[in-house]
Design a protein around this ligand. Structure first.
Ligand SMILES: NC(=O)c1ccc[n+]([C@@H]2O[C@H](COP(=O)([O-])OP(=O)(O)OC[C@H]3O[C@@H](n4cnc5c(N)ncnc54)[C@H](O)[C@@H]3O)[C@@H](O)[C@H]2O)c1
Length: 379
């Protein structure tokens, strides 16, 4: 039986996934908010509850899910790895470049599984596109886009969900108080999955300036260009300030033989055009991406009611399943520590870029046994 502890229990987006798996049990929850902790313990029937993370680490759990604010991720991941626990961490992996290197060193030294829970990679449409890319339907893909347009201002104060105390939340500083694309992984993650085997080589970030809220360091909109080692291009737009309807899952991917684009309107269906099916570009017509549904991975097509109900069309179940399989069967984590650090570093380099007239920042080549001399940021 694999025993799991979860720290930061407001969302608990992974708990349904763990419950739907055999031979896995969530045995412990941890949160500083005592009332929330008690409620969640009772609601889900979890045997143990801790306010102090180190106390939970002293229990007999095998793995930890980190669902606390972004600035807690690396310190808690390191403590967990040093205590011999596997780690599934919420996004982003960390908040400084040095932290990312500490994280890598600790993952390598511990030999434990570390996976970043980038759940947008697991969304059915994004998995479908991954299969289309792998099957060569879009040809050689060379340009991708991801956008996260989510006005977060109402989350800067704890007046939502279980938090109703009017205090300032971490998002005011660690998200809205930052320059650049502080939260890029939902956007760049799926796109980099489609550019399988490639890596981000440089980052430049451009901003629109501040027009809506002058109390925030965050510009109203930022666009971050990521040049890949192959010379291909990925564009990330982040907007957490502009008054507009949310659209957190806009993507596009262009290849030599086809293109897929999400709707600009959240919730509406994605479109695809494939040259082999419709050779004249002058009269090219979009088809619904749903017409290619048979390309979804088999486990998505065969998903049970329980699995689908765990969230994001089954994605929240499969992410947990892959983490557990990484521990029990040794499969490679879907988003390993090196990808987690590269995707997170888009945020950290975009901050340096946008505050230096959009200068291009070189992405370190995150990999196993990365030499110490390379652990710097080059312009
Ligand atoms: N993947 C997604 O789609 C998605 C969605 C929302 C949030 N997130 C991520 O989840 C994380 C949490 O976000 P949230 O919106 O739930 O934040 P939140 O502030 O609403 O909740 C965080 C919880 O962590 C607890 N906490 C804080 N520090 C702690 C500590 N040291 N020890 C124990 N408990 C502690 C708080 O009491 C709180 O209950 C963030 O990293 C965020 O980026 C991801």
């Amino acid at each position: 039986m694999l025993k799991v502890g979860i720290v930061g229990v407001r969302g608990l987006s992974t708990i349904a996934g763990f419950h739907a798996l055999k031979d896995v049990e969530v045995t412990a929850l941890c949160d500083l908010d005592d009332a929330l902790l008690r409620n969640q313990k009772e609601k889900y029937g979890i045997p143990h509850a801790y306010r102090i993370f180190d106390d939970m680490l002293e229990s007999d759990i095998d793995a930890v899910v980190i669902g606390t604010p972004m600035q807690c991720h690396v310190p808690q991941a390191i403590a967990a790895l040093q205590a011999g626990k596997h780690v599934l961490s919420e996004v982003t992996a960390g908040v400084t470049m040095d932290e990312l290197w500490w994280l890598i060193e600790n993952v390598e030294q511990s030999g434990k599984v570390y996976m970043m829970a980038e759940n947008y990679c697991y969304m059915p449409d994004n998995q479908l596109v991954l299969s289309l890319v792998r099957a060569g339907i879009l040809g050689d893909v060379y340009y991708g886009e991801g956008e996260y347009l989510h006005n977060l201002q109402s989350l800067m104060t704890y007046n939502y969900g279980a938090h109703q105390n009017g205090k300032t939340s971490w998002r005011k500083y660690w998200q809205m108080g930052k320059h650049g694309a502080y939260y890029p992984t939902h956007s760049i993650g799926p796109v980099m999955q489609w550019f399988e085997g490639d890596r981000i080589e440089s980052v430049s970030c451009f901003g629109s300036g501040r027009h809506c809220d002058f109390d925030l360091r965050q510009e109203d909109t930022t666009v971050t260009m990521c040049r890949l080692a192959s010379g291909k291009l990925a564009r990330v737009r982040l907007d957490a300030v502009s008054p507009r309807p949310h659209q957190m899952t806009y993507y596009s991917i262009q290849g030599t033989k086809g293109v897929v684009e999400s709707s600009r309107v959240a919730g509406q269906e994605s479109k695809i055009w494939v040259k082999d099916m419709d050779p004249s570009v002058d009269e090219a017509k979009w088809r619904s991406l749903a017409e290619f549904k048979e390309y979804l991975p088999k486990r998505y097509l065969d998903a049970t009611e329980d699995q689908r109900n765990s969230g994001h069309g089954g994605g929240d179940f499969f992410i947990v399943e892959d983490f557990v399989k990484a521990i029990t069967e040794g499969i490679h984590p879907t988003v390993d520590v090196y990808q987690a650090c590269e995707w997170t570093a888009v945020a950290l380099l975009s901050e340096l870029s946008i505050t230096n007239r959009s200068r291009t920042m070189d992405m370190p080549h995150f990999r196993k046994n990365m030499p110490y001399e390379e652990q710097i940021i080059r312009l």
